[in-house]
Design a protein around this ligand. Sequence first.
Ligand SMILES: [Zn+2]
Ligand SMILES: [Zn+2]
Length: 328
Amino acid sequence: MSAGRPPGPDTMRAMVLESPGRPLVPVERPIPRAGPGQLLLRVRACGVCRTDLHLLDGELDLPTPRVLGHQIVGVVAGEDRRVGVPWLGWTCGECAYCNSGRENLCERARFTGRDFDGGFAEFAVADERFCLPIPDGYPDLQAAPLLCAGLIGFRALRMCDDASRLGLYGFGAAAHIICQVAVWQGRRVFAFSRAGDEPAQALARELGAEWAGASEDVSPEPLDAAIIFAPVGALVPAALRALAPGGTVVCAGIHMSDIPSLPYELLWGERSVRSVANLTRADGREFLELAPRVPVRTRVSSYALARAGDALEDLRDGRLVGAAVVVP
Ligand SMILES: [Zn+2]
Ligand SMILES: [Zn+2]
């Protein structure tokens, strides 16, 4: 099988994870069929997320073989309708979490590109109830990173309440979107990234951060809240150290290396540490309605489908500025 050969009429090209720890491989496979309540989508673009890297590396469990990718911009087959498919792909609708506006915590939730095949393919199917409207005016490529980097970043930003001095740790796809929203909301943004990552720091300043520096730097001012996007547990005590009393550290990633032990005085003063898990459909609709009003402008690097694995490695190595998007 080769991704370089044109597929037959009933088959498509997909990049498949056959087992964790192995590179994605190009496969020609049958175009999936939409079941009841599902849409068959021709994938126009699919964003690359750090969660895809955690799945690839086996840091999160998943059944294989699997097509990764959970920021899908697609067009409904046979229609002229564009929709977005986010990470939350299905919930039970009947548990205590689903019935209290917290479907992101549903214990039976299923996720795009983990429990179902995702968007690193020419076609995908998705439950129509979990598809989101893409705002007009966003080209496919620019819309894709809104669907996870944007949505989950937005949920994390809401956990910061009315914090006026906001720290962002890790300035990649999510932070470059949330920086724009936070500045538009009138917050002051302080961006922390890998030491020497001048392109990320320059982008942060360009997008309105009033200060950008290395994660090891002392914050120029105490922060009212900090969001950690980088999967680095050592950033938790670093961010706590930067917080003013009453401040919150929000861990926005699905996986993080271990958090080192820390002196209680870093938490004292009613500081708190919390995580953000997944998203609700309400988060999605709210953020996608807000994004064009800011307006959020995403910075993307596009990769052909066969290069989805290269996009993941560029993300791993910090070679990206902004977000990576795979285009079938
Ligand atoms: Zn994601
Ligand atoms: Zn549920």
